[in-house]
Design a protein around this ligand. Structure first.
Ligand code: ADP
Length: 313
C-alpha cells in the first residue's frame, strides 16, 4: 500500500506499507511481516513542487500577456508608419506620428520594467542579486525621489506630500535600490488612486531604525488579499490588479530588496479607504563603501520613466 495518508497527533503523515508473509516449509503462512516506510518528507516536497510549478505556469501566462500588450502597441505604430511612408502622407501626419512615438517610448519603458523585474527576481531567487552599499542620507535620497515624480502625480490630478521628522539620517543602503523600492510603492499609490487623491511619503527616525511610509487614500486592498500581495508568483492574479497595468512582481521584488538591506515591509489597508506601506530599515553604517553603480551615470531620469511606466504621464 503506497502513499497511505494518516493523521497522527494532528500531523499529516504518509506511509508505504509492505505486507510480507513468512511461510512454513509446507507453504502455510506462519506470520506476516509488516514494514512501514515513512515517506512524508518525499510526498510533502512533491506537493510543494507541484504547487510551485502551477504558480510558475500561471506566472508565465500572465507575463506573456504583459509582454504582448506593449509589443502589440509598438507593432501597430510601426505598421501605421510604414503605411504613411508608402502612401506619402508622412508630412501631413506629423502630429499623429509624434503621438505614436510617445506611445512607442512609453511601451518600451513598460517592456524594460517588466524585463528588469523578471531578471532581478530570478537573480534574487538564485542568490546573485547584489547591493552596492554605501552610507547615505536616507532623508535626502527619498526626498529627491518624491521631487522627481511630481510631474507624474500632477498629470494624474494627485497631490504628493513629503514629510520627515529629521533632516539627516546616515544609513548603509544602496541608493539605486532604495529608489526602486520607493518608486515602486509610489507607482502603485498613483495607479490605485483616483483623481484628487493624496499620497503621503513620510520618514520617521526611530533611532535603531528608520521608517519610510507611502500612504494613499485610493481604492485600498481587501483584507483577504493582504497577506498574498508580497508573494512571488501568487499576486499575479489579474483580478487583483483591477484593470490596472502591472504584473504583480513589483511588491515581491520590493520585499526582497528591503530584506537584503536587513529591513522589513508591512502593509495596512482598508478597501475603499486607502493603503499604507511601511518600510523599516536598520540604522547601521558600512566600513567599506561600494561605489559601484548598476545603471549608467546620468540615466536617473530614464530609470524613473521605466519605474513609472505603468502610470504614463
Ligand atoms: P502590480 O504590478 O500588479 O502593481 P505589485 O506587486 O506591485 O504588482 O502589486 C500587487 C497587487 O497589490 C496589485 O496588483 C494591487 O492589487 C495591490 N496593490 C499594491 N499596492 C496597492 C495600493 N497602493 N493600493 C491598492 N492596491 C495595491
Amino acid at each position: 500500500m503506497n502513499n497511505q495518508a494518516f493523521i497522527i497527533n494532528g500531523n499529516n503523515v504518509y506511509w508505504n506499507i509492505i505486507f510480507e508473509p513468512i511461510l512454513y516449509i509446507n507453504g502455510e503462512i506462519q506470520e506476516i511481516l509488516i514494514v512501514v516506510i515513512d515517506v512524508t518528507a518525499e510526498i510533502k516536497s512533491n506537493l510543494v513542487m507541484e504547487k510551485t510549478l502551477k504558480l510558475q505556469g500561471e506566472f508565465l501566462a500572465n507575463v506573456s500577456h504583459e509582454l504582448k500588450t506593449p509589443l502589440n502597441v509598438i507593432f501597430a505604430a510601426v505598421q501605421l508608419f510604414s503605411m504613411y511612408c508608402s502612401n506619402g502622407s508622412l508630412d501631413e501626419r506629423k502630429d499623429s506620428i509624434i503621438k505614436y512615438i510617445q506611445s512607442i517610448k512609453q511601451n518600451s519603458y513598460r517592456l524594460s520594467k517588466l524585463i528588469n523585474n523578471i531578471v532581478d527576481s530570478s537573480k534574487i531567487e538564485a542568490g546573485f542579486f547584489q547591493l552596492n552599499l554605501s552610507n547615505n542620507n536616507i532623508v535626502e535620497v527619498v526626498e529627491e525621489i518624491v521631487m522627481s515624480v511630481t510631474d507624474f502625480t500632477d498629470s494624474k490630478g494627485l497631490n504628493i506630500i513629503f514629510d520627515t521628522d529629521i533632516e539627516e539620517k546616515i544609513i548603509a543602503c544602496d541608493p539605486e535600490k532604495i529608489e526602486r523600492i520607493v518608486l515602486n510603492l509610489i507607482s502603485n499609490a498613483i495607479k490605485f488612486s483616483e483623481n484628487g487623491g493624496e499620497i503621503f511619503v513620510d520618514i520617521k527616525d526611530e533611532n535603531e531604525f528608520v521608517e519610510i511610509s507611502v500612504k494613499d487614500n485610493g481604492i485600498g486592498i481587501e483584507r483577504q488579499h493582504l497577506n498574498m500581495i508580497f508573494d512571488r508568483f501568487k499576486q499575479v492574479d489579474k483580478s487583483l490588479s483591477r484593470n490596472s497595468e502591472g504584473t504583480g512582481i513589483g511588491l515581491s521584488l520590493v520585499k526582497s530588496i528591503v530584506e537584503l538591506h536587513g529591513g522589513s515591509i508591512h502593509v495596512e489597508s482598508e478597501a475603499g479607504r486607502g493603503s499604507k506601506f511601511t518600510v523599516i530599515l536598520p540604522t547601521r553604517n558600512v566600513f567599506f563603501e561600494s561605489n559601484l553603480y548598476d545603471r549608467e551615470v546620468g540615466n536617473k531620469k530614464q530609470s524613473i520613466q521605466v519605474e513609472l511606466s505603468d502610470v504614463s504621464l
